[in-house]
Ligand binder design. Structure first.
Ligand SMILES: NC(=O)c1ccc[n+]([C@@H]2O[C@H](COP(=O)([O-])OP(=O)(O)OC[C@H]3O[C@@H](n4cnc5c(N)ncnc54)[C@H](O)[C@@H]3O)[C@@H](O)[C@H]2O)c1
Length: 334
């Protein structure tokens, strides 16, 4: 049994994602919240009182204060690289929100500076932390139904209606837009199931008034030959629904809200999966295990691969062509 003291965690960016992580930290017995950084003085004062921890003006002040072992970076995406490099320079481990950065070059720099500093960098938390997808991944790696052939993932959400989306909210150049903000979850799931190494990408953005990204569709070809289609609609035009089907040489799987349906030899087996704790809780578990020596799934290379895939979808959509990504980024992990 492990008895080491809870790990001290600081939050960079006390907005929507930061608040969700603060609640996960309160629920955790492995982490304790010891600081936050936010440049907005109103946010700093209010949230510091609410969360009961000291507030700093920026990530550098927080990570050099000697009060944190891990930071969760939930600043706007354009500021991720600055916070990650400050934390790495201070020897502080990092959970960075997705997407890791706004460009593949910045994401590569973030990964490299964490590696050079010898600190752990996780990129998440995405919906791929959902235990149903871990179970499906296990079915793939165990070859319980033979070889995985294809995956079809469909998501309908009301992302565009949750609040008024400004031009800034929809600007992919600063890491926003539906594909980078929401599609990254779905691409992460598909990569987790299919093996991670995307080689060819085609895709289209679904237009809508003013050209805002209402959704996207993409076909991804993986290095191992698996083919995936992902369709995402964030217009809220139809009720929210998430589905994923996987076909194998010896059967198929449907992921549904309560678990998985496994089809083999004409038989249906129901595999219930316990309701997930939030992805923020699970990101903390993954960091805790990583610091205990386990190889993580959602490491920096992984986050870079998901970002590169999303950016390839933009490029494929803009050029009406197939984009060859040749990601030698991903190392298959057992
Ligand atoms: N995993 C998820 O499901 C999920 C959900 C929401 C947001 N996110 C991600 O979290 C990040 C933040 O999104 P949000 O919706 O919480 O944004 P937000 O606008 O609600 O909050 C961002 C906060 O960061 C602060 N900030 C701005 N610049 C900063 C800097 N340089 N250093 C520190 N803090 C800074 C702002 O003052 C604000 O308080 C984005 O990368 C987004 O993609 C992920």
């Amino acid at each position: 049994m492990r008895f080491h003291a809870p790990r001290r965690l600081g939050i960079v960016g006390a907005g929507v994602a930061g608040a969700l992580m603060s609640r996960a930290v309160l629920r955790s017995n492995r982490f304790v919240l010891t600081g936050l950084a936010d440049p907005d003085p109103d946010v700093r004062n209010r949230v510091s009182a609410e969360w009961g921890c000291p507030a700093f003006i920026d990530a550098t002040e927080l990570v050099t204060s000697g009060t944190v072992d891990v930071v969760y970076v939930a600043a706007p995406t354009a500021h991720h690289l600055g916070a990650v490099s400050a934390a790495a320079a201070a020897g502080v481990h990092i959970i960075c929100e997705k997407p890791l950065a706004t460009t593949a070059a910045d994401a590569r720099e973030a990964v490299d500076c964490a590696r050079r500093a010898g600190v752990s960098l996780l990129v998440g938390p995405t919906v791929s932390y959902d235990p149903r997808y871990r179970v499906l991944r296990q079915i793939v790696t165990d070859r319980r139904l033979g070889d995985l052939l294809s995956v079809q993932a469909t998501s309908f959400t009301d992302w565009h209606r949750r609040r008024t989306r400004t031009a800034h909210d929809l600007d992919a150049a600063v890491g926003n837009g539906l594909l980078l903000r929401q599609g990254a979850h779905q691409i992460d799931i598909v990569r987790l199931i299919c093996g991670g190494d995307v080689r060819a990408v085609s895709g289209a953005l679904h237009g809508g008034a003013g050209g805002a990204e209402q959704g996207f569709s993409t076909q991804l070809s993986f290095a191992n030959g698996v083919q995936a289609n992902a369709y995402y609609d964030g217009s809220g035009a139809v009720p929210e629904a998430d589905e994923l089907f996987a076909t194998f040489t010896g059967g198929g799987v449907r992921v549904h809200p309560g678990g998985l349906h496994l089809y083999s030899d004409g038989q249906l087996t129901d595999l219930p999966v316990d309701p997930a704790t939030s992805v923020w809780d699970q990101a903390l578990v993954e960091m805790d295990q990583t610091l205990d020596g386990r190889i993580p799934i959602h490491d920096g290379e992984w986050g870079l691969g998901t970002l590169a895939t999303c950016l390839a979808i933009y490029e494929a959509a803009a050029t009406h062509s197939i984009v060859f990504t040749h990601q030698s980024l991903y190392q298959e992990k057992s």
